[in-house]
Design a protein around this ligand. Structure first.
Ligand SMILES: Cc1cc2nc3c(=O)[nH]c(=O)nc-3n(C[C@H](O)[C@H](O)[C@H](O)COP(=O)(O)OP(=O)(O)OC[C@H]3O[C@@H](n4cnc5c(N)ncnc54)[C@H](O)[C@@H]3O)c2cc1C
Length: 445
């Protein structure tokens, strides 16, 4: 049994602590916040259940289902119904479904005829040669400009709140990058992948959208209870000092003793708050660009706009809208709004408009109201719920700083054996990746 300090009680740190405790280690989790969950927080108000951080996950790795199973709450994992496959992109003021088959692909006004007719030639286009090519260049080269503008750009702003000009596919979209690297083509690679035999464990992973009944906090609260509330030190900003191959952990005046391992799961900008001794040689560990995001939970007791029969709508940069996207939360998950009502999650800011995140609540309500009313055909914007949450460091960008950060993280681990580095500064931002990383860190102990 080892004594483990875990820094950060977001989904990564909680997953680490849960699996480390399950393996028999003594864990103490330190977090600056008063509540566990990090950015993942659900709230209940006035008949609505809303999220102030991430809203949905994709169960793209088996570790997601396994976490619910291992916690004994598989029945509380909520998968979105099949209509969540309907995703919309705004073009010229109208929402168009993202095509899901070759016929709709041919008929959609989202992409140009040149790019549609060029699609069958994608397998014959040469591989790229620059590993640091931007996503803009990568997609233009393989699929054409209209796919960049009306598929990839809105996707990147929906997931990363970023822009394809900054993203490096090798870091930001490794699955897509690997299709070209390993198969020379997205189409050829996707077909080959579909044909690969799947183990029972692989089948636990899917493209399904998930949450938890009652909101994502159901998952984080269950983790907290399994880890044991007595093993958390909340409202704490620990400082770690290496001591003869082990680590002393200090919070203010109080020393929490000597730990065999320290596992870091906070964001990259916080590395040196915890490990001040590492700054001199590993300054790049905090080399990170964050997109700022404001999330608005917008609820209506009676919905009178367009039918919300899908996942939501994304706004391509070309359309010059003031919001990044809208998720139809009450269509995805049960009991998020009163019957006949609707709950939307609206995202604002990102690298396109970081200045919007600093607007007052009234200004944001006005800005969001105009956009939502126009896009979803509401006569008046009179929501029964309007709650804004601002995230100054919402999403770390997987840009050219990523390899520098990764190298510095590995450098810290090598220079100070016993420290393990995680968090969403490396290995991806999505919930599935966070859970998988947490478990992998616990296994490394
Ligand atoms: C607005 C928003 C929407 C998102 N939407 C989605 C989505 O729909 N789907 C999806 O898959 N992902 C989404 N993401 C990304 C995903 O939510 C995150 O990558 C993930 O939740 C991060 O979890 P984490 O535990 O790594 O970090 P965090 O949740 O950031 O937790 C880190 C914890 O470390 C603590 N901490 C920081 N510094 C210190 C310190 N010095 N000492 C002690 N503790 C410290 C913090 O208080 C925090 O609790 C979204 C993120 C945001 C912000």
């Amino acid at each position: 049994m080892k004594k483990i300090a875990i820094i950060g009680a977001g989904i990564t740190g909680l997953s680490t602590a849960f699996y480390a405790k399950k393996a028999g280690h003594a864990v103490t989790v330190f977090d600056k916040n008063a509540e566990v969950g990090g950015v993942m927080q659900s709230h209940s108000q006035n008949g609505f259940i809303y999220e102030s951080g991430p809203s949905t996950g994709v169960a793209s790795l088996p570790e997601v289902v396994e976490l619910f199973e291992d916690l004994g709450i598989r029945s509380k994992m909520e998968e979105a119904p099949s209509l969540s496959g309907n995703r919309f992109i705004l073009k010229s003021g109208k929402l168009h479904p993202i095509p899901s088959d070759p016929i709709s692909g041919l008929l959609t006004p989202l992409f140009s005829w040149k790019d549609k007719f060029g699609m069958p030639f994608e397998p014959f286009r040469p591989r790229g040669t620059d590993p640091n090519e931007t996503l803009t260049s990568f997609v233009k080269r393989r699929l054409g400009e209209s796919f960049l503008n009306y598929a990839v750009d809105p996707f990147v702003s929906g997931v990363y709140a970023g822009t394809p000009d900054d993203m490096i596919p090798r870091f930001a979209l490794p699955k897509l990058y690997n299709l070209e690297r390993d198969y020379g083509s997205f189409i050829r690679g996707s077909i080959a992948k579909m044909r690969q035999p799947k183990t029972a464990r692989d089948k636990k992973a899917s493209k399904k959208t998930f949450s938890a009944k009652g909101g994502l906090s159901t998952l984080t609260e269950s983790l907290k209870n399994s880890i044991g509330t007595e093993n958390f030190v909340m409202n704490s900003s620990p400082i770690v000092t290496p001591q003869e191959g082990k680590f002393s952990v200090q919070v203010g005046e109080k020393n929490y003793g000597i730990f065999d391992r320290v596992i870091f799961t906070a964001g990259a900008s916080h590395v040196f708050e915890v490990f001040p001794f590492a700054k001199e040689n590993f300054a790049d560990a905090s080399a990170v660009l964050y997109a700022k995001v404001a999330v608005a939970a917008v609820g209506f007791k009676h919905w009178e706009g367009l039918p919300l029969n899908g996942f939501g709508a994304l706004m391509p940069s070309k359309e010059k809208r003031n919001i990044l996207g809208i998720l139809y939360m009450s269509s995805l998950f049960q009991n998020r709004a009163p019957q006949n009502g609707a709950l939307l999650a609206v995202f604002v800011g990102g690298l396109r408009h970081p200045e919007f995140v600093s607007m007052s609540d009234a200004e944001l309500k006005n800005l969001i109201g105009k956009e939502v009313a126009e896009i979803l055909h509401l006569k008046q914007f009179n929501p029964d719920l309007f709650e804004i949450t601002r995230h100054e460091e919402a999403i770390p960008q997987y840009d050219l700083k990523t390899p520098l950060r990764e190298k510095a993280y590995r450098g810290i681990e090598e220079a100070f054996p016993g420290i393990l580095m995680g968090g969403n500064g490396i290995d991806g931002i999505g919930m599935a990746k966070r859970i998988a990383q947490g478990r992998a860190l616990a296994e490394k102990i």
